[in-house]
Design a protein around this ligand. Structure first.
Ligand SMILES: Cc1cc2nc3c(=O)[nH]c(=O)nc-3n(C[C@H](O)[C@H](O)[C@H](O)COP(=O)(O)OP(=O)(O)OC[C@H]3O[C@@H](n4cnc5c(N)ncnc54)[C@H](O)[C@@H]3O)c2cc1C
Length: 222
């Protein structure tokens, strides 16, 4: 498979960094072709603006989706956006590695989505959900939390993690056609000891060794 690994963590030596390295090493050793987007080290600009484009449809009023449709037609995306879209288009499997921040994606990753998942090239013109542009591709969220697992059960004090992830798994991934694999969640790595963290890294590697035969999950509706 062609695999795109995206990392969103400001500290390269973080546990998220270790999860990313585990995926890079394991998938590479299994013979997959892995490309990466390490967003902080790339200095990826997460702010959507006219800088997304080299083309201009309406210089007077900025309507991002109109400019995105136009850029899709005239090959008018800025190179940093175009490069990331091309990585997704080439991937059979996309994995996002991130810490849960405020029940959501770190801003740098949310901004990557805002800029890169552009109308026209990645969705629209009838291409959504089952007819999505990325039909046939798989996506997987690999995340860490601060809170313990019990806090993320339906009756836990934070509530059901599946519901927290639904805006991402349904609103971004399913919407654009991806088949979504079960999320890989490490609860509270900060509170664990090195032995427990090593076990989590090993089970992530073990899962990845046979990831190409995994079936997708139902991400649910609202
Ligand atoms: C803005 C913000 C918002 C947040 N919102 C939420 C929220 O909504 N819900 C929630 O639950 N939490 C929240 N948190 C907490 C956050 O999710 C956790 O702190 C984060 O997930 C922990 O992962 P990390 O990679 O940053 O851990 P780190 O602190 O980087 O790592 C944990 C430990 O693992 C060690 N480690 C690194 N590499 C290895 C290795 N190879 N082997 C063994 N150990 C290793 C590190 O040295 C460290 O001791 C928030 C945090 C911030 C900053």
């Amino acid at each position: 498979m062609n695999v795109l690994l995206v990392l969103a963590h400001p500290e390269r030596r973080s546990f998220n960094g270790a999860m990313f390295d585990t995926a890079l090493d394991t998938l590479g050793a299994a013979g997959h072709n892995v490309v990466t987007s390490d967003l902080y080290r790339m200095g990826f600009d997460p702010v959507s603006s006219r800088r997304n484009f080299t083309s201009v449809k309406d210089a007077d009023y900025l309507k991002l989706q109109i400019e995105e449709m136009h850029a899709s037609e005239v090959n008018g995306f800025a190179v940093e956006v175009d490069t990331e879209i091309a990585k997704i288009e080439s991937a059979d499997l996309m994995i996002w590695q991130f810490p849960l921040w405020w029940f959501g994606l770190p801003a740098i990753l949310k901004g990557w989505v805002d800029r890169v998942f552009a109308m026209g090239r990645t969705y629209g013109n009838g291409h959504i959900y089952d007819t999505g542009k990325f039909t046939g591709k798989k996506a997987l969220l690999s995340l860490t939390t601060g809170g313990p697992e019990a806090a993320y059960l339906a009756d836990g004090f934070n509530g059901d993690l599946n519901a927290i992830l639904r805006p991402i798994q349904r609103g971004v991934l399913k919407f654009t056609g991806f088949s979504v694999l079960a999320p890989q969640v490490v609860y509270g790595p900060v509170r664990a000891n090195d032995a427990q963290r090593a076990t989590w890294l090993e089970s992530w590697a073990l899962r990845l060794e046979s990831i190409d035969s995994e079936s997708s999950i139902d991400v649910g509706r609202y």
